[in-house]
Ligand binder design. Structure first.
Ligand code: IPM
Ligand code: MG
Length: 358
């Protein structure tokens, strides 16, 4: 059966890393019996430029027949002054909501070859393998009321609303416990229950759900402490379960433990494992079009897609092993090259992964 992959290269370095990732995808699926049709769409700033909308209707119309979305990156300074609803980020938030991808998996794995690129000492990060599971379509990102209003006094007031229902907390909690069962069996739920009622409910519901998973060791941390522990002793964590905003912040922090944000893929899944796969690095407009971007996070996102939406762990491993090989060979893009050493460009890194595929 043919299955559709919607490719959304987006802005900045998105198109160049997507190009590498598609070459890798085409090579691994050749002769694999996985029959994929790739269709391309516009999103973000380029969606706005083409259609006046960061989440254009022709892109939205492709979703019902799509099994997986490969998403490059969105954003750039030329769109920052637009009215909020036209900004590139609204395209990303819009498609997440439209697909119902409530579970965002952000693995932070330190490749042994890159231990020196981490901001922390090698003994603190070597062997690091944590998964941040971030709730993605609720919380303060989507709560209402929201807006900037002008009071009678003439002063402006900004408002956002942090809100989670029990069912929203339950579905992400179940996902967290199931993932922890398949890993080291430890789940740390992150909240701010000492201050926020919404977090108090979060902790209560997660604790209840935990009773259904007696083999998983559940702990809770306040988000400020979690941020500190993540830097102090990151290897204490297996799976971290977070709300939307806390996961946004902690996953950027975790990326630096692994050497570079240019190495980290992500998967966003709905109830049926329809997924969106994107590197967590964003559009990096400062280096766009200069053949400097690290394509590995995007290529690793393809591996996650094959694993989660197409149940082809074998093909995912082929890609991950190929990346291991090129790192062993010493190839480094500028973001992961030690100071003073020679780095390769996006195209050469992509080609090396292609060559290393067996
Ligand atoms: C991320 C990004 C997005 C988010 C932005 C670009 C809207 O930071 O995926 O982490 O905040 O979710
Ligand atoms: Mg972020």
């Amino acid at each position: 059966m043919k299955q559709q992959v919607l490719v959304l290269p987006g802005d900045g370095i998105g198109p160049e890393v997507t190009r590498c990732a598609l070459q890798v995808l085409n090579k691994v699926i050749a002769g694999s019996e996985l029959d994929l049709t790739m269709v391309e769409g516009a999103i973000g700033g380029s969606g706005y430029d083409q259609y006046g909308d960061p989440f254009p209707e022709p892109t939205r119309a492709l979703l019902p027949t799509t099994r997986a979305v490969l998403f490059g990156a969105v954003g750039g300074p030329q769109w920052d002054t637009l009215e909020r609803r036209f900004r590139p980020e609204q395209g990303l938030l819009g498609i997440r909501a439209a697909m119902g991808v409530f579970a965002n998996l952000r693995p932070a794995i330190l490749y042994p070859q890159l231990a020196a690129a981490s901001a922390l000492k090698p003994e603190i990060v070597s062997g690091l393998d944590i998964l941040i599971l971030r709730e993605l379509i609720g919380g303060i990102y989507f709560g209402s009321p929201r807006g900037i209003e002008t009071l009678a006094s003439g002063e402006r007031r900004g408002v956002n609303t942090l809100v989670y229902t029990e069912s929203e907390i339950k579905r992400i909690a179940h996902m967290g416990f199931r993932i922890a069962q398949q890993r080291k069996g430890r789940l740390c739920s992150v909240d701010k229950a000492n201050v926020l009622e919404c977090s108090e409910l979060w902790r209560d519901v997660v604790t209840q759900i935990g009773k259904e998973y007696p083999t998983v060791e559940l702990s809770h941390l306040y988000v400020d402490n979690a941020a500190m522990q993540l830097i102090r002793d990151p290897k204490q964590f297996d799976v971290m379960l977070t709300s939307n905003l806390f996961g946004d912040i902690l996953s950027d922090a975790a990326s630096m433990l692994t050497g570079s944000i240019g190495m980290l893929p992500s998967a966003s899944l709905n109830q049926d494992n329809v997924g969106m796969y994107e590197p967590i690095h964003g559009s990096a407009p400062d280096i766009a079009g200069q053949n400097k971007a690290n394509p590995l996070a995007m290529i690793l996102s393809v591996a996650m897609m094959l694993r989660h939406s197409f149940e082809r762990n074998d093909l995912a491993l082929q890609i991950e092993n190929a990346i291991g090989t090129v790192l062993d060979e010493g190839l480094r893009t500028p973001d992961i090259a030690p100071a003073g050493t020679k780095a390769v460009g996006t195209v050469a890194m992509g080609q090396a992964v292609l060559d290393a595929l067996i």
